[in-house]
Every structure is written in C-alpha cells, then in structure tokens.
Ligand binder design. Structure first.
Ligand SMILES: [Mg+2]
Length: 310
C-alpha cells in the first residue's frame, strides 16, 4: 500500500469547532468528508470527550457519506482514550459518557483515569468557586473537566475559573497528588488530568492505530491548533524526522520559533484561501480547502477538490 501524500493531525476546539458555539461548521465537515473520500489519514486530537467527537464530527461525517473505509482516528481527552472511526458500530451510537462502562470499540489507558474519590474532591473544589459558570463536563472518561457555560459573561467567568483552578491545585498538593495529576486551565475550561496527557501522546495513539490497521504513515503532515500546547504534535513529528507544517489558527500570543514551517491565516490568505484576519474554524476551513487544492494539483484531481476551492 502506498502512503497517502499527506496526513492531518488536528486539534478540534479552535481549528474545527467554534470555541463560541462549540459546533463544527458545514464547510469544515464537507471538506473533511472530501479528504476522507481521498483516503487522507486524519487524526482528531482533542482534549474533548469521545462523546463530543461522536456527535460533532463522526455523525455529521457519516451523514455526508465521508467515512466509508476512511483512515480517520479519534483521540480524546489528550490521549487517554482513542479509537478508529471505523470501529464505531453502524447506526445510532448510544451515549458514551459512563466511566464505569466503556464500550469495547474504545481504548482507554486505565493508568490515566482519575479515581472516583479524587474526582469527587476535584468537582467539590470547582463547585466551591465556579459551579454555575463552569459546570463539570460529565462525558469525560479519564480526566475531570469543567467548561464555561455557553453564553457566560467572560469578565465574571475568568476570575472564577482561576479561583477554581487554584483551589484544585491546592487540594491536589495537600493530597500529594500534584506529581501525578495536573491542572490545565484554558480560555474556556479547566482540565484536571494525568501528567502523561498531551497532544504528543495523541500522536502516539494515532500512529499506533494506523500501524494496527496497516495504514502507511505519510511522509508529510499538517498539524493545526489554537493553543501553544498544540505545537507538541508538530514538535514530535519533526523529531521523528517527518516533514511537518503547523497551522496556528490563533497566533495572537505570537508565533514561537520552530524548526518547521508555522502557517497562519495570513499565509493561507496569501495563497488565496480565506482572509488574513480570520481566526479559529475559519482558518481550519481555509487549511482544508488549501490541502484539497494541493491534492488536486498533485494529480489526484476530482470534483471534491474543485468544489472546495473558492
Ligand atoms: Mg483547541
């Protein structure tokens, strides 16, 4: 089997899903489906739950007919749970939100699961400071996460988030768990996770699933994300000698020095895809359109690439 000309390893919140509405726009889904039809390997590498990936990515792609035999992989909760899309049973998929009963098509690293007793203490510490502003995301199967209520006032949210994160950190330190479990606050959430969690671990999971399925690992990859931590995907690929470019969809903190190309909305706009001041999923949509057009120019032409180009 010859490898696909390229692979994509994508953070979901930010480059694909709106951080405001949490939805993946139709144009992004259409382009992912087009990539699937071309057999391009795509790893969805997220801190979100499997449940989120199922409802917001897998099901809409199935509806588009973009998933038959495609090498698409879900890596959730920063590498603690993972699965090939092809393993998810056909038809309606029941909710995957019970830590006690993980379906057999799903892999979970049991060492990374936060135990029930500790999980309860973490939830308590959050709720003391931010219960209504950032309730627990009960779909997580390994980590414990709290997420900003959609529509919450940011000025009210941010100090509550920080207070909750500090309280959780203090509790973990008191219990001597701070070397094993860490707290990671983001723009819209607080994740409490095993220290092994990370986007580089997501790459490992993706590689393992591809190897198992006999899907050759492409020589060229694009990674995308909206956080500094997402660079870990490209860092690891580069270290492995793979040709990688990272797309930073929200480079407002500045683009760090890296030994591989970092692409922003401005670069994509220069190539004719999107606008220089686009952020988040708009940039993701432009990246996918650009990749589709590159594939067409590389002699893999079909109607999907042409349609995605605008
Ligand atoms: Mg993100």
């Amino acid at each position: 089997m010859t490898p696909a000309p390229l692979g994509l390893l994508l953070d979901v919140d930010g480059p694909l899903a709106s951080t405001e509405t949490r939805r993946v726009p139709d144009e992004v889904l259409d382009r992912l489906a087009a990539l699937g039809r071309r057999g391009i390997p795509v790893g969805f590498n997220t801190g979100r739950s499997v449940e989120f990936l199922l409802r917001h990515v897998l099901e809409p792609l199935r509806e588009r007919g973009g998933l038959d035999g495609t090498p698409f992989y879900g890596i959730s909760e920063k590498g603690a749970v993972w699965f090939p899309f092809s393993a998810v049973p056909a038809g309606e998929v029941p909710p995957v939100d019970d830590r006690e009963q993980v379906p057999d098509w799903l892999r979970r690293d049991e060492d990374m699961v936060i135990e029930p007793d500790l999980a309860r203490a973490i939830v308590q510490a959050n709720d003391d400071h931010a219960r209504d502003l950032q309730p627990e995301d009960r779909t997580k199967l390994a980590m414990v996460s709290f997420e900003m209520e959609v529509g919450a006032d940011r000025e009210e949210y941010e100090p509550a988030r920080d207070a909750a994160a500090q309280a959780i950190e203090a509790m973990l330190a008191e219990r001597g768990e701070d070397g094993r479990i860490r707290v990671d606050p983001t723009v819209i959430s607080v994740d409490v996770e095993h220290v092994r969690s990370g986007k580089d671990l997501g790459l490992e999971r993706c590689r393992a699933l591809m190897a198992e399925a006999g899907v050759p690992f492409p020589d060229r990859w694009f990674t995308a994300g909206d956080s500094r931590t997402d660079y870990a995907m490209a860092d690891a690929l580069h270290e492995q000698g793979v040709q990688v470019s990272h797309v930073d969809v929200r480079p407002e903190d500045g683009v760090p020095e890296r030994p591989y190309p970092v692409i922003t909305a401005a670069d994509l706009a220069e190539r004719g895809f999107g606008d220089a001041d686009d952020v988040h999923e708009q940039v993701g949509a432009s990246l996918l359109a650009w990749v589709l057009s590159e594939l067409s120019e590389g002699g893999h032409d079909d109607h999907d690439g042409a349609a995605a180009r605008n």
